[in-house]
Ligand binder design. Sequence first.
Ligand SMILES: Cc1cc2nc3c(=O)[nH]c(=O)nc-3n(C[C@H](O)[C@H](O)[C@H](O)COP(=O)(O)O)c2cc1C
Length: 160
Amino acid sequence: MNIMTKVIVAYESKFGNTKLVAETIVEGMREVEGIEADISELKEVDLDKVTDYDAILIGSPNHFGGPTKGVKKFIDKLGKLSLKVKMFAVFDTYLGKRSDYFFEKAVKKMEKRINETVPGLKRIAPGLSIKVQEMKGPLVEGELPKCKDFGRKIATKLKT
Ligand SMILES: Cc1cc2nc3c(=O)[nH]c(=O)nc-3n(C[C@H](O)[C@H](O)[C@H](O)COP(=O)(O)O)c2cc1C
């Protein structure tokens, strides 16, 4: 029997960096057999269709120390749906020019918010936090392979 596990990756991205992270995560996930991964900008996501998926991944750039307003609102809306979606994971991008102060800051806030507002959702794995060089990017060297690994890890966990 070959049952597909359906995943949706929803992201916000002002300058394209979080989008690249999302796309690379999807590449990694598609390497795992039995995974069907869709990707969408957050504002294009049809909430009624989210219920068709087994898992959701949410990505946000770090804006003012946490996820964007849009991402926060999206999580709150998820809490109001009766979801078939059972699993989640999150990822962020942050500016780490002088320090790693913002490493995982948005990720942790998203995880907390999901736990509080969508208690039925279970975390697949700890979130991924990816560093950019400047406000508009690009990603710091060595960060992109982490995205593919993350996708592969998430997909493998979903299949076992
Ligand atoms: C309005 C705004 C506020 C930001 N605040 C932070 C911040 O508090 N900490 C941080 O690490 N990066 C901050 N950044 C930098 C973003 O994290 C960076 O632009 C983002 O990771 C790039 O991803 P994107 O191309 O997907 O938008 C901010 C960027 C913008 C536009």
